[in-house]
Write a protein that binds this ligand. Structure first.
Ligand code: ATP
Length: 186
């Protein structure tokens, strides 16, 4: 009997805060018709970012992500990484999402590609998932050796959470930076 796999996209992040680049990425991924569902996971303890300065508490980032992505087709925001204690490892999330009926794809920005080899159990992860890589900036995007995946055709959106925080601190209008629903939660 042929089993049709459910194609799940996993878009994990810190979302401190969620911004219009994340929205564009999710819209592109859904429009690509590569996925039956996209799960957004908000990292409880993003250990690779912990030494870059204070991070907004996880529950607040979860609330902002829920508000930011609520209207997007195909997208569900999950608190599964927040409910787990300790550092957030994608391999644990992947294992939770992977059942016999699921084909899992990590949706990641090109900036994440050079970090992949440092992720916990990277080699195992590379055998369990495929990648859907979003361009960021003008650099050429490639699928790293040892991984399988595709590259999104979207135009890069020049926005990051770091840039968003800086621009908000400088008094810039939040409407061009984050989804409207996030503004009261900033
Ligand atoms: P930071 O400024 O702290 O690096 P970030 O904007 O990259 O934050 P994260 O929450 O760390 O936000 O990112 C979650 C995911 O979204 C990552 O895979 C990241 O590469 C991707 N992403 C973030 N911004 C964009 C963007 N403008 N275009 C495409 N992907 C993006």
């Amino acid at each position: 009997m042929k089993v049709t796999l459910r194609r799940v996209g996993l878009f994990g992040g810190t979302f401190d805060p969620p911004h219009l680049g994340h929205v564009a990425a999710l819209r592109d991924a859904w429009a690509s018709e590569n996925f039956d569902e996209i799960v957004v996971t908000v990292a409880g303890d993003p250990y690779l970012k912990s030494n870059e300065g204070a991070i907004t508490p996880a529950q607040r980032r979860l609330g902002m992500a829920e508000a930011a992505f609520a209207e997007l087709a195909g997208v569900r925001v999950s608190d599964m990484e927040i409910r787990r204690s300790g550092p957030t490892y994608t391999i644990d999330t992947a294992r939770e999402l992977l059942t016999e009926e699921v084909a899992l794809t990590l949706i990641i920005g090109a900036d994440v590609v050079p970090q992949l080899s440092r992720w916990r159990e990277a080699e195992t992860l590379s055998s369990l998932v495929t990648l859907y890589v979003l361009p960021r900036g003008d650099d050429m995007v490639t699928i790293p050796i040892g991984w399988r995946g595709t590259i999104a055709s979207m135009e890069p959106v020049d926005l990051s959470s770091t840039l968003t925080r800086e621009r908000l601190e400088n008094g810039e209008n939040p409407h061009g930076l984050v989804p409207d629903a996030v503004i009261p939660l900033l």
